[in-house]
Design a protein around this ligand. Structure first.
Ligand code: G6P
Length: 615
């Protein structure tokens, strides 16, 4: 949430900042700005709207200089206006700061500063921090770079809340100071130039050599060197890591949107999730990163899955998979509820923190709370360099490749594959027979080709989408493992189309939801042939009796459903436990095509951000 990029080196900073910022736009996109040292002082450009709006004013009146900071915003305090866009200046106008995070005690600090004559130009919490650093800088007795570093440290100490910041001062040419507490920051190490960014994706064309800042560290960055200090002192022997991925992130290929590209990447994404992890001989899964012995895994008697949004829906399918395959009771909790709740957790509970980005503030907070209580927490993340991946006791990487579209798609199906592998491994350590394990492995190997079959219906789904695009409300129903698929289908529709949508267990229909049904309100019913197929057909009849249009997700050879539903979204038949992985695909396509039909900005829907680093 909010993206930061800073540059110092021999090149013109403005084009680099604008380009790198555009790679972070998925973190927030309501306003953007930059500040560059132009040889005399600090020059700022900022603008509400997308980064291209900022680029327009920068191109009309370029800022010349070789050191700068920049920001793309997702508003928390203050509307998305030019004034509230970052960077913010201190009282002297010689210091500029960009911030990702939330300052919780900002009102108290603002009142104090105003009493001493400070005037604020914006409604943001960030401007308070700029003034605090400025105050500390002007009263500092430190010399050299330490003057700005210590000013940042002293200001940060007064703050309650989260921050990732980059600061520059006109009196300290050549220096950028960054600090993090809660919100991520990485250093990009170049040849005679250095970068600071919220994540590695921003840096893809410039360098693949990075240093991930640890929580509470401060960095001073110059073109030819950088120093990292923790609260305990200077971090010696800082390890520079080489990262992969990234460049492909900015390329939509033949697709109109990243979301569609990522939906179409699912055959290879899920293959990457299980590649090298299928053990045919043992009829089980090999998950080397769990850092737990078979004995330790056998002692687990409960599992708790933490996540937000789509990641939580994956956990809900995971509950069904693990309970069926390994007979271990699983509970799922919204990360935000777990971290502040009193929920009792039994002694031998294993936690999973599920997060595509690995940076979601609530999931990170929940992970820390579970670890503080002494539990083992395993991460299921896509972003290898992320904070959740680093702070987990072990885990399973998704290897889905960068996901840029704000609505999660390929990360969801990858998470479902990983939960299947976890369920299989835990099951085979208990009572699950080799024959059952082998059946599942074989079915899993066929999944990529079957997802390709689902994708072949994209054009047909586009036509269906046009028929339903003008609905003002949609319902999604499913039972058992298809209930979370109903939730996820409804979430895609809300995110991408802004149509009101709700997901329910099919049988809940009678308990209130049925009052919503009329001939204008389509119901999407997950009705693949499984143990509850007939029950779902009963619900279908109840909807039909009230003139509600029905879109059924059904097996491609199911003739009966074609006579009952108004529209059928066809999926191939697979192992019952894997069916949700196929069933979500037509729902992703449906939401996508409705969004396009309504002219929505599907990759950057209003009010959302991909990486939610505020709680
Ligand atoms: C945001 C995104 C969702 C995502 C959720 C959790 O709300 O818009 O698509 O599911 O965060 O993200 P995570 O990175 O933790 O999986």
């Amino acid at each position: 949430m909010c993206g930061i990029v800073a540059y110092v080196g021999p090149r013109d900073a403005q084009p680099i900042l604008l380009d790198a910022l555009s790679r972070l736009e998925y973190r927030g996109y309501d306003s953007a700005g930059l500040a560059i040292l132009n040889g005399k002082g600090i020059e700022v450009r900022k603008k509400s709207g997308r980064i291209q709006e900022l680029a327009k004013i920068c191109l009309a009146e370029p800022v010349k200089g070789r050191l700068g900071i920049s920001h793309t915003r997702w508003a928390t305090h203050g509307a998305a206006t030019d004034k509230n866009a970052h960077p913010h200046l201190d009282a002297s106008g010689r210091l500029a700061l960009v911030h990702n995070g939330v300052i919780e005690n900002y009102l108290e600090l603002k009142t104090k500063l105003m009493e001493t004559g400070h005037i604020f130009l914006s409604e943001t919490d960030t401007e308070i921090l700029a003034h605090l650093v400025g105050e500390a800088f002007s009263s500092s007795r430190e010399k050299g770079d330490a003057r700005l570093v210590e000013a940042v440290r002293s200001a940060v100490q007064q703050i309650q809340g989260t921050l990732g910041i980059a600061v520059i001062h006109a009196d300290m040419p050549g220096l950028i100071v960054g600090a993090r507490r809660g919100s991520p920051l990485v250093i990009g190490v170049g040849e005679g130039e250095n970068f600071l960014a919220s994540d590695t994706q921003a840096l893809a064309p410039y360098t693949n050599r990075v240093v991930i800042l640890q929580d509470k560290e401060i960095v001073s960055l110059r073109a030819d060197r950088f120093d990292v200090a923790s609260p305990l002192g200077i971090r010696e022997n800082v390890k520079v890591e080489e990262i992969e991925d990234g460049v492909a992130a900015s390329d939509k290929g033949v697709h109109q949107h990243f979301m569609l590209k990522e939906i179409f990447e699912q055959p290879s994404a899920i293959q990457n999730a299980f590649r090298g992890r299928l053990d045919a001989d043992g009829a089980t899964a090999k998950l080397g990163g769990l850092n737990m012995s078979p004995q330790e895994l056998r002692q687990i008697d409960r599992i708790c899955v933490l996540g937000c949004g789509t990641a939580l829906h994956a956990g809900m399918v995971g509950k069904y998979l693990i309970e069926t395959l390994a007979k271990i009771p699983v509970e799922t909790q919204h990360s935000s509820e777990f971290r502040y709740g009193d929920s009792p957790v039994s002694g031998r509970t294993l936690f999973f923190a599920v997060s595509q980005s690995g940076e979601t503030a609530d999931t990170l907070g929940a992970l820390r709370e579970a670890r503080r209580r002494g539990f083992t927490v395993l991460g299921i993340c896509n972003n290898v360099a992320s904070t959740i991946a680093r702070e987990s006791d072990g885990g399973v990487y998704m290897h889905a490749g960068p996901e840029i579209g704000v609505a999660a798609t390929k990360s969801f199906t990858s998470q479902l594959v990983i939960f299947t592998l976890i369920g299989l491994l835990l099951g085979r350590l208990r009572f699950l027979s080799a024959a059952h394990g082998r059946e599942l492995l074989q079915a899993m190997e066929n999944l990529p080709a079957q997802i390709t079959q689902c994708l072949a219906y994209s054009d047909a789904i586009r036509e269906i989408a046009q028929r339903y695009a003008h609905a003002s409300s949609m319902l999604f129903l499913g039972r058992l493992a298809n209930f979370p698929i109903a939730l996820e289908g409804a979430l895609k529709v809300k995110e991408i189309t802004y149509i009101h949508a709700e997901g329910y267990p099919s049988a809940e229909l009678k308990h209130g939801v049925i009052a919503l049904i009329d001939k204008e309100t389509p119901t999407v019913l997950l009705a693949t042939q499984d143990g509850v197929y007939d029950k779902n057909l009963g619900n279908l009849q109840e909807i039909k009796a009230r003139s509600g249009p029905i879109i059924a997700v059904a097996h491609d050879d199911d003739k009966k459903i074609c006579t009952l539903a108004d529209t059928v979204l066809k999926v191939p038949r697979t192992h019952e436990l894997l069916q949700p992985i196929l069933n979500i695909v037509p729902l992703q396509l449906l939401a996508y095509h409705i969004g396009v039909a309504l002219g929505r900005d599907v990759d950057k829907p209003r009010n959302l951000a991909k990486s939610v680093t505020v709680e």
